[in-house]
Ligand binder design. Structure first.
Ligand SMILES: O=c1[nH]c(=O)c2ncn([C@@H]3O[C@H](COP(=O)(O)OP(=O)(O)OP(=O)(O)O)[C@@H](O)[C@H]3O)c2[nH]1
Ligand SMILES: [Mg+2]
Length: 203
Protein backbone atom coordinates (compact mmCIF):
# COMPACT_ATOMS: atom_id res chain seq x y z
CA UNK A 1 0.00 0.00 0.00
CA UNK A 2 1.29 3.44 -0.93
CA UNK A 3 1.61 5.84 1.96
CA UNK A 4 2.76 9.40 2.52
CA UNK A 5 3.60 11.11 5.79
CA UNK A 6 2.60 14.76 6.20
CA UNK A 7 4.45 16.73 8.89
CA UNK A 8 1.37 18.45 10.27
CA UNK A 9 -0.52 18.48 13.54
CA UNK A 10 -3.39 20.49 12.07
CA UNK A 11 -6.50 18.25 11.85
CA UNK A 12 -8.03 20.45 9.11
CA UNK A 13 -5.00 20.03 6.86
CA UNK A 14 -4.81 16.31 7.71
CA UNK A 15 -8.39 15.76 6.54
CA UNK A 16 -7.75 17.57 3.26
CA UNK A 17 -4.58 15.61 2.51
CA UNK A 18 -6.38 12.36 3.34
CA UNK A 19 -9.18 13.28 0.95
CA UNK A 20 -6.92 14.41 -1.89
CA UNK A 21 -4.55 11.44 -1.65
CA UNK A 22 -7.37 8.88 -1.22
CA UNK A 23 -8.44 9.59 -4.80
CA UNK A 24 -4.98 8.36 -5.87
CA UNK A 25 -5.14 5.26 -3.68
CA UNK A 26 -2.57 6.67 -1.27
CA UNK A 27 -2.92 6.46 2.51
CA UNK A 28 -1.94 9.52 4.56
CA UNK A 29 -0.34 9.55 7.97
CA UNK A 30 0.24 12.78 9.87
CA UNK A 31 1.90 13.80 13.13
CA UNK A 32 -1.47 13.15 14.77
CA UNK A 33 -0.45 9.47 14.33
CA UNK A 34 2.96 10.17 15.92
CA UNK A 35 2.14 12.04 19.15
CA UNK A 36 5.68 11.46 20.43
CA UNK A 37 7.11 13.80 17.77
CA UNK A 38 7.49 17.32 19.21
CA UNK A 39 6.41 20.49 17.40
CA UNK A 40 8.95 21.72 14.87
CA UNK A 41 9.82 25.36 15.51
CA UNK A 42 8.74 27.52 12.58
CA UNK A 43 11.63 29.96 12.57
CA UNK A 44 11.70 30.61 8.81
CA UNK A 45 10.85 33.94 7.22
CA UNK A 46 8.89 32.45 4.29
CA UNK A 47 6.25 29.74 3.87
CA UNK A 48 8.81 27.72 1.89
CA UNK A 49 11.45 27.87 4.64
CA UNK A 50 8.95 26.72 7.25
CA UNK A 51 7.63 23.91 5.05
CA UNK A 52 11.22 22.70 4.59
CA UNK A 53 11.94 22.90 8.34
CA UNK A 54 8.90 20.71 9.09
CA UNK A 55 9.51 18.19 6.28
CA UNK A 56 13.24 17.77 6.93
CA UNK A 57 12.96 17.47 10.71
CA UNK A 58 10.35 14.71 10.51
CA UNK A 59 12.04 12.97 7.56
CA UNK A 60 15.28 12.78 9.57
CA UNK A 61 13.44 11.34 12.58
CA UNK A 62 11.53 8.69 10.64
CA UNK A 63 14.08 8.15 7.87
CA UNK A 64 11.26 8.33 5.34
CA UNK A 65 9.83 10.63 2.72
CA UNK A 66 7.85 13.39 4.45
CA UNK A 67 5.83 16.32 3.08
CA UNK A 68 5.68 19.58 5.05
CA UNK A 69 2.90 22.13 4.53
CA UNK A 70 3.23 25.74 5.57
CA UNK A 71 0.29 27.85 4.61
CA UNK A 72 -1.68 30.94 5.48
CA UNK A 73 -3.78 33.90 4.53
CA UNK A 74 -2.34 37.00 2.83
CA UNK A 75 -4.55 40.11 3.04
CA UNK A 76 -3.56 42.98 0.74
CA UNK A 77 -5.06 45.76 2.90
CA UNK A 78 -3.04 44.41 5.87
CA UNK A 79 0.27 44.51 3.99
CA UNK A 80 0.21 40.73 3.60
CA UNK A 81 -0.65 39.86 7.20
CA UNK A 82 -1.33 37.44 8.81
CA UNK A 83 0.94 35.61 6.30
CA UNK A 84 3.34 33.13 7.88
CA UNK A 85 1.86 34.01 11.28
CA UNK A 86 -1.66 32.91 10.28
CA UNK A 87 -1.90 30.08 12.83
CA UNK A 88 -0.80 32.29 15.74
CA UNK A 89 -2.18 35.66 14.64
CA UNK A 90 -4.12 36.26 17.86
CA UNK A 91 -1.63 34.49 20.13
CA UNK A 92 0.56 31.43 20.65
CA UNK A 93 -2.43 29.30 21.66
CA UNK A 94 -3.48 29.09 17.96
CA UNK A 95 -7.20 29.76 18.00
CA UNK A 96 -8.96 29.87 14.59
CA UNK A 97 -11.92 31.80 15.98
CA UNK A 98 -9.77 34.53 17.55
CA UNK A 99 -7.47 34.74 14.52
CA UNK A 100 -10.49 35.31 12.27
CA UNK A 101 -11.96 37.91 14.64
CA UNK A 102 -8.67 39.80 14.60
CA UNK A 103 -8.60 39.96 10.78
CA UNK A 104 -12.25 41.11 10.71
CA UNK A 105 -11.50 43.79 13.29
CA UNK A 106 -8.48 45.06 11.39
CA UNK A 107 -10.52 45.23 8.17
CA UNK A 108 -13.44 47.12 9.70
CA UNK A 109 -14.40 49.98 7.39
CA UNK A 110 -12.37 48.65 4.45
CA UNK A 111 -14.51 48.53 1.29
CA UNK A 112 -15.34 45.28 -0.51
CA UNK A 113 -13.06 46.18 -3.43
CA UNK A 114 -10.10 46.60 -1.09
CA UNK A 115 -10.62 43.33 0.81
CA UNK A 116 -8.68 41.20 -1.69
CA UNK A 117 -6.71 38.29 -0.24
CA UNK A 118 -5.23 34.94 -1.10
CA UNK A 119 -4.44 31.68 0.59
CA UNK A 120 -0.90 30.46 0.03
CA UNK A 121 0.45 26.95 0.51
CA UNK A 122 4.08 25.88 0.30
CA UNK A 123 4.80 22.16 0.25
CA UNK A 124 8.24 20.69 0.82
CA UNK A 125 9.04 17.06 0.00
CA UNK A 126 12.00 15.74 1.99
CA UNK A 127 13.56 12.38 1.18
CA UNK A 128 16.44 10.92 3.20
CA UNK A 129 19.76 11.99 1.67
CA UNK A 130 18.21 13.88 -1.23
CA UNK A 131 17.57 17.47 -2.20
CA UNK A 132 14.30 18.78 -0.84
CA UNK A 133 11.65 19.74 -3.44
CA UNK A 134 9.29 22.70 -2.90
CA UNK A 135 6.15 23.77 -4.75
CA UNK A 136 3.49 26.33 -3.96
CA UNK A 137 -0.12 27.09 -4.77
CA UNK A 138 -2.49 30.00 -4.21
CA UNK A 139 -6.23 30.62 -4.14
CA UNK A 140 -7.55 34.15 -4.76
CA UNK A 141 -10.51 35.67 -2.94
CA UNK A 142 -11.86 38.41 -0.70
CA UNK A 143 -12.43 38.75 3.02
CA UNK A 144 -16.13 38.87 3.91
CA UNK A 145 -17.50 41.10 6.67
CA UNK A 146 -19.17 38.17 8.43
CA UNK A 147 -18.70 34.43 8.66
CA UNK A 148 -20.53 32.15 6.24
CA UNK A 149 -20.65 28.34 6.28
CA UNK A 150 -19.21 25.71 8.58
CA UNK A 151 -16.98 23.50 6.43
CA UNK A 152 -13.19 23.64 6.26
CA UNK A 153 -11.11 25.26 8.99
CA UNK A 154 -9.18 28.39 9.91
CA UNK A 155 -10.25 31.49 7.99
CA UNK A 156 -12.50 29.56 5.55
CA UNK A 157 -15.80 31.13 6.84
CA UNK A 158 -14.63 34.66 5.94
CA UNK A 159 -12.84 33.81 2.68
CA UNK A 160 -15.07 34.50 -0.32
CA UNK A 161 -14.24 32.58 -3.50
CA UNK A 162 -15.48 34.72 -6.44
CA UNK A 163 -15.35 31.88 -8.99
CA UNK A 164 -17.82 29.90 -6.84
CA UNK A 165 -19.87 32.82 -5.46
CA UNK A 166 -19.54 31.25 -2.00
CA UNK A 167 -17.39 31.41 1.10
CA UNK A 168 -14.76 28.68 1.28
CA UNK A 169 -16.58 27.26 4.33
CA UNK A 170 -19.79 26.96 2.27
CA UNK A 171 -18.10 24.67 -0.25
CA UNK A 172 -18.27 20.91 0.31
CA UNK A 173 -14.79 19.51 0.94
CA UNK A 174 -14.83 17.84 -2.49
CA UNK A 175 -15.09 21.33 -4.07
CA UNK A 176 -12.57 23.04 -1.79
CA UNK A 177 -10.10 20.27 -2.52
CA UNK A 178 -10.27 21.04 -6.26
CA UNK A 179 -9.57 24.76 -6.04
CA UNK A 180 -7.69 25.37 -2.79
CA UNK A 181 -4.12 26.62 -2.45
CA UNK A 182 -3.24 23.18 -1.07
CA UNK A 183 -4.81 21.38 -4.05
CA UNK A 184 -3.07 23.78 -6.46
CA UNK A 185 0.31 23.14 -4.84
CA UNK A 186 -0.26 19.38 -4.90
CA UNK A 187 -1.12 19.52 -8.61
CA UNK A 188 2.41 20.78 -9.22
CA UNK A 189 3.77 17.70 -7.49
CA UNK A 190 1.72 15.40 -9.72
CA UNK A 191 4.39 14.77 -12.29
CA UNK A 192 7.06 13.95 -9.74
CA UNK A 193 4.99 12.35 -7.01
CA UNK A 194 4.62 8.91 -8.56
CA UNK A 195 8.35 8.44 -9.00
CA UNK A 196 9.03 9.91 -5.56
CA UNK A 197 6.55 7.51 -3.98
CA UNK A 198 8.09 4.55 -5.73
CA UNK A 199 11.50 5.46 -4.36
CA UNK A 200 10.10 6.25 -0.93
CA UNK A 201 8.25 2.96 -0.61
CA UNK A 202 11.34 1.04 -1.73
CA UNK A 203 13.57 2.56 0.93
O1 LIG B 1 -9.12 29.03 6.33
C1 LIG B 1 -8.11 28.41 6.08
N1 LIG B 1 -8.14 27.46 5.10
C2 LIG B 1 -7.07 26.78 4.71
O2 LIG B 1 -7.14 25.92 3.83
C3 LIG B 1 -5.86 27.09 5.39
N2 LIG B 1 -4.62 26.65 5.25
C4 LIG B 1 -3.90 27.30 6.17
N3 LIG B 1 -4.67 28.16 6.87
C5 LIG B 1 -4.30 29.05 7.98
O3 LIG B 1 -2.93 29.12 8.09
C6 LIG B 1 -2.47 28.44 9.25
C7 LIG B 1 -1.37 27.51 8.85
O4 LIG B 1 -0.24 27.66 9.67
P1 LIG B 1 0.81 26.49 9.62
O5 LIG B 1 1.11 26.17 8.20
O6 LIG B 1 1.93 26.76 10.51
O7 LIG B 1 -0.03 25.24 10.18
P2 LIG B 1 -0.43 24.84 11.66
O8 LIG B 1 0.48 25.50 12.66
O9 LIG B 1 -1.88 25.05 11.82
O10 LIG B 1 -0.13 23.27 11.63
P3 LIG B 1 1.28 22.55 11.26
O11 LIG B 1 1.11 21.99 9.87
O12 LIG B 1 2.36 23.57 11.32
O13 LIG B 1 1.42 21.46 12.26
C8 LIG B 1 -3.65 27.62 9.73
O14 LIG B 1 -3.61 27.37 11.12
C9 LIG B 1 -4.80 28.48 9.31
O15 LIG B 1 -4.95 29.52 10.23
C10 LIG B 1 -5.88 28.05 6.40
N4 LIG B 1 -6.99 28.70 6.75
MG1 LIG C 1 2.46 25.58 12.26
Amino acid sequence: MKEVIIATKNPGKAKEFEHIFASRGITVRTLLDFPEIADVEETGTTFEENAILKAEAVSRLLNKMVIGDDSGLIVDALDGRPGIYSARYAGEHKNDQENTDKVLRELAGVSEADRTARFYCALAVALPNQEVITVSGTCEGRILEERRGSNGFGYDPVFYVPEKGLAMAELPSSEKNKISHRANALKKLDTVLDSILERANQS
